[in-house]
Design a protein around this ligand. Sequence first.
Ligand SMILES: C[S@@+](CC[C@H](N)C(=O)[O-])C[C@H]1O[C@@H](n2cnc3c(N)ncnc32)[C@H](O)[C@@H]1O
Length: 210
Amino acid sequence: MNPTRQHWNDVWSKKAHAEVSWYQADPRSSLSSIDRFGMTDADDVIDVGCGASHLADRLVERGVRRLHLLDVSSVALDAVRSRLVAIKSATVVEYLVTDVLDLAPAPSVSLWHDRAVLHFIRDSDARSRYAAIATAAVRPGGHLVIGGFAPDGPLRCSDLDVERADEADLSRLFEGSFDLESSRRESHETPWGAAQSFQWCVFKRCGLDS
Ligand SMILES: C[S@@+](CC[C@H](N)C(=O)[O-])C[C@H]1O[C@@H](n2cnc3c(N)ncnc32)[C@H](O)[C@@H]1O
């Protein structure tokens, strides 16, 4: 099995959702970034490395047209699926059990969301590949919302080294395809009360009709 998949299936099998450092009962950081540009029921969204996040529940409640939930761990996706079946909504939900770096063809979306996933991709070629996949997925005028550890954030997450990044690092990675619209720092509080510094950036896909 792909070591990334093995690692994350182990994490999601051994820990309850509320015990992981990135747990948020209310996905307010993601929603406040999304609400900066607004969202309608015509939106097609992909949540990359969604884990068991409650963002999926909130997007389905808002009735986005289509929601692609992608995670390398089937255990995480099963946890979300078991919650979403109870929500009445017109949203079409697609579950993608894959490494984001293997996502081909990428679905066409108006919003790509990633909270605490890109920071695990440390190799520069792999980060460029991630940017190319996001570029292929997001339609001109669409948005990319990325939240990950800032330069003063932790060095590791879930026993893995991470690549910390600020607004300039992320802008460089997506340069030529996305323009930075807004950015902010956030202190995330883990379930055991530790503070983790996150960098959030909202980008807009460049293109003819943007
Ligand atoms: C730190 S958790 C964040 C989960 C969720 N985004 C949240 O904010 O609650 C990272 C998630 O990304 C998934 N993941 C890690 N590397 C991945 C990759 N290369 N491709 C797809 N999913 C990945 C893990 O299985 C895990 O669910």
